[in-house]
Design a protein around this ligand. Sequence first.
Ligand SMILES: [Zn+2]
Ligand SMILES: [Zn+2]
Length: 147
Amino acid sequence: MRVDGQCHCGQITYVAEVDPATVMICNCTDCQTMAGSAFRTLVLTRPGTFRLLSGEPKPYVKTGDSGTRRIQSFCPECGTPIYSAPVDTAEPDIYVLRLGAVRQRDQLVPKVKLWTRSAQAWVDDMNALPKFETQPVFDDDGQLKPT
Ligand SMILES: [Zn+2]
Ligand SMILES: [Zn+2]
């Protein structure tokens, strides 16, 4: 499946081919920190199909528990996470795209959950929460105003 993506400020744009069967949720603690959220959603590019169209993602090299070093790239202007890739190849074959910047993400449904041992306990219970279609109104104490 052909996808395109961009960061929030629009400096970084790219195209790639992805396999919808490789959409994953990762609950590892690094993903929680680096996504600024409870988990991260990812999809693998098909080998050799990632093309950066504009901008220059900033690389951050992360060393995992296994000792593997990987580039975690993000927009230097707006901070949007873009992809991870191996650190030691000039032109990485497979990029792991961060789904939030992929325009077609509504068609890319996660197929598996990784690192559930470090998942936040509430992530499987989100359907029980009160829902608002847009930003609700909070009062001065940060409490939801009854509608
Ligand atoms: Zn940006
Ligand atoms: Zn992770």
